[in-house]
Design a protein around this ligand. Structure first.
Ligand SMILES: Cc1ncc(COP(=O)(O)O)c(C=O)c1O
Length: 430
């Protein structure tokens, strides 16, 4: 332990001096948790402290930590062919078979897969392709992308512009032109905005089936069926950002399956490899595929990433999907999701709790403004102290544990959250 502490102090010094983190502020790294090991839903830090992984790290480690068969799949592919170019005229077997496999896992009209390395790249691919599609359909003025307040789509310039959380815009402006925002769960507002802008100027609408990073907001049941009708009515492509909600998170394979709605473009990342390799992608409808495929060579779809269709990432995705099938993780997410929602639900109606909400294995507890000194940050810090690691936004604390979490670990998670929120709300009564 003495040695681990020395190692810890040394690493913290190097971390502070050399490593710029996502959403960086040095105050967050005064005493960082340095993760060292994981098994299932449990993480251990360098100093041997145990944490329940309350958010599957970043909503992505769906099959849990320490899966040796995923390491073996990566090693096997790397030994044979770690990387190969998949540009014009080149391909590789893991990518080909993974694309074909994904086509069997999506609704019948979604069959054409382009691979990226993450969610923001996937969404930028979707935006650019929506514009390309309309251009080639003789409507070059259909360029606007409508997204929703409180949505999160990543931080490339396009994805930042679509993201509806102002904190991600401040001091990075100007944002990309032709990105517009509408209120989140209001289909009427979407229709009104399309009409106001002129449907002949709107390329696509993007939405997360359940808003994730914004604070876990599931939609009313009628919302997405209505969105689908509106997009059809005005010839607007519907992009589903399934980066968090894909791969079983809500208890169905895709989030939109909850409402039997089929998008024109589906963005995915995270759960495709459960974070064991960086991989994302976009699945296009047959109508979009037909436009891309039926052009003369000088009108080709000039979009590309070096690591598109990375063979090692695709091999790991296959092994990850094998685990999903063998362990019936979508079904498991549905069952455990009920337990998670019910468990946290005991906080509903308590005087300091504004809302408890979620769907499947995504949940949030929101406390009333000023009910707890320090809000979500204080709750998350106390959860960490009690052995539960997760993330917060404002007064909202979010939960999305690995789909393989054991029942007793899930109950432990719930018990830590409930007791922490109660203790912090009435500090005098601890
Ligand atoms: C819904 C959604 N879309 C896109 C992204 C961006 O993904 P990435 O960080 O891999 O670019 C995220 C990341 O959390 C996300 O939650």
């Amino acid at each position: 332990m003495q040695n681990d502490n020395l190692t810890y102090q040394h690493l913290v010094e190097l971390d502070q001096r050399y490593l710029l983190h996502p959403q960086h502020h040095p105050a967050d790294h005064a005493e960082p948790v340095i993760f060292a090991r994981g098994e299932g839903a449990i993480l251990w830090d360098l100093r041997g402290r145990r944490y329940i992984d309350g958010l599957s790290c970043l909503w992505n480690v769906n099959v849990g930590h320490g899966r040796r068969e995923l390491a073996a799949a990566a090693a096997k592919q790397m030994e044979q062919l770690a990387f190969a170019n998949s540009y014009c005229g080149s391909s590789n077997e893991p990518a080909i078979t993974l694309a074909a496999r994904l086509a069997t896992l999506t609704p019948a009209t979604l069959n054409t897969v382009f691979f990226t390395t993450g969610g923001a790249e996937s969404n930028d691919t979707a935006f650019k392709t929506a514009r390309y599609y309309w251009h080639l359909r003789g409507q070059p003025h259909k360029t606007k992308i409508i997204s929703r307040a409180n949505g999160y789509h990543g931080v490339t310039l396009g994805a930042t512009s679509a993201t509806g959380l102002p904190a991600f815009h401040a001091r990075f402006g100007p944002l990309a032109p032709d990105f517009l925002h509408v209120p989140a769960m209001d289909a009427g507002a979407l229709e009104a905005r399309i009409r106001q802008e002129g449907p002949e100027t709107v390329a696509a609408f993007i939405a997360e089936p359940v808003q994730g990073a914004g604070g876990v907001y599931p939609p009313p049941a009628e919302y997405f069926p209505r969105v689908r009708e509106i997009c059809d009515k005005y010839d607007v492509l519907f992009i589903a950002d399934e980066v968090i909600t894909g791969f079983g998170r809500t208890g169905t394979f895709w989030g939109l399956d909850q409402w039997n709605v089929v998008p024109d473009i589906l963005s995915f990342a995270k759960g495709i490899t459960s974070g064991y390799q960086p991989l994302g992608g976009v699945i296009f409808s047959d109508a979009i595929r037909d436009v891309i495929y039926n052009q003369p060579p000088d009108v080709k779809w000039m979009h590309a990433y070096t690591y598109s269709a990375h063979p090692t990432c695709c091999a790991v995705a296959h092994a990850n999907l094998d685990i999903f099938e063998r362990e019936r993780l979508v079904e498991r997410a549905r069952q455990l999701g009920g337990r998670l929602q019910e468990g946290l639900g005991v906080l509903r109606g308590e005087p300091y709790v504004a809302d408890v909400r979620g769907l499947g294995m995504m949940a949030a507890v929101e406390v009333k403004p000023n009910a707890i000194n320090g809000g979500g940050a204080a709750i998350a810090a106390e959860l960490k102290r009690r052995g539960l690691f997760t993330r917060f936004r404002a007064d909202i604390v979010m939960f999305a544990p690995p789909l393989v979490i054991q029942e007793d670990e899930l109950d432990e998670l719930v018990e830590i959250v409930v007791s922490t929120v109660r203790d912090l709300s009435f500090p005098g009564h601890r």
